[in-house]
Ligand binder design. Structure first.
Ligand code: F6R
Length: 214
């Protein structure tokens, strides 16, 4: 594990973007795992800028997202699908066929979870998985203490996660109470993992990751 400490959020975002550039430069068919949330917005901004300048080509890149709200239509601005389109996909030359996000509108969600794992496997696995972290240490929608053996699955969201995510919705009642998330096993199977975190509210979670027990 390498720990990179940067001066501020901008530096963190640039540094993260440089790690993504080098991944895609070395292998233009890279498979990336991507998060939503406020943390990766700077990273996505730098990736878009670099693409516009012609420094990075996403035409053969594949992406898999960490998670998605259950039963939130993809056209809903709060869906993670919509987030990815708005904040990255629509601004770069990635083929939308290669952008994979759990489809939480499918009737048989267990099958979609299994199929998602299969699609990741069929793509050759994730070369570089980028993740954020919640203030309480959650990763994707895996709460702290989650078993390591879990693959992509449907989760009931904890009340504090619902409350934390309510800031994006007009009322707390609108926040979905379930989501599909890659499991810790799915995440740990990635060839490389880049966790990005910024701000005082994340300090305790990062301290526990670095110094605490597994
Ligand atoms: C997002 C995700 C979440 C976030 C976490 C941090 O796809 O899986 O685990 O990474 O909630 O969110 P921000 O970046 O908004 O602090």
């Amino acid at each position: 594990m390498e720990i990179i400490i940067t001066k501020n959020y901008e530096e963190m975002s640039k540094r993260a973007a440089s790690i993504v550039f080098s991944q895609v430069a070395l292998n233009r068919k890279s498979v990336l795992g991507l998060p939503t949330g406020s943390t990766p917005l700077g990273l996505y901004k730098y990736l878009i800028e670099a693409h516009k300048k012609g420094y990075i080509d996403f035409s053969e890149v594949k992406t898999f997202n960490l998670d998605e709200y259950f039963r939130l239509d993809r056209s809903d601005p709060q869906s993670y699908y919509y987030f990815m389109m708005e904040n990255l996909v629509n601004h770069i030359n990635i083929d939308t066929k290669n952008v994979d996000i759990p489809n939480c509108m499918l009737k048989d969600i267990e099958k979609e979870c299994e199929d998602y794992e299969e699609r990741i496997k069929a793509a050759g696995g994730i070369d570089l998985q980028i993740i954020g972290i919640g203030n309480n240490g959650h990763i994707g929608f895996n709460e702290p203490g989650e078993v390591f053996s879990k693959k992509t699955h449907l989760v009931d969201l904890k009340q504090d996660t619902i409350e934390a995510n309510a800031r994006f919705f007009s009322s707390i009642e609108e926040v979905p109470t379930q989501a599909v998330t890659m499991g810790i096993q799915t995440i740990m199977q990635s060839k490389r993992l880049l966790l990005i975190a910024s701000g005082l509210a994340k300090a305790e979670a990062i301290y526990k990751i670095v110094k605490g027990e597994i």
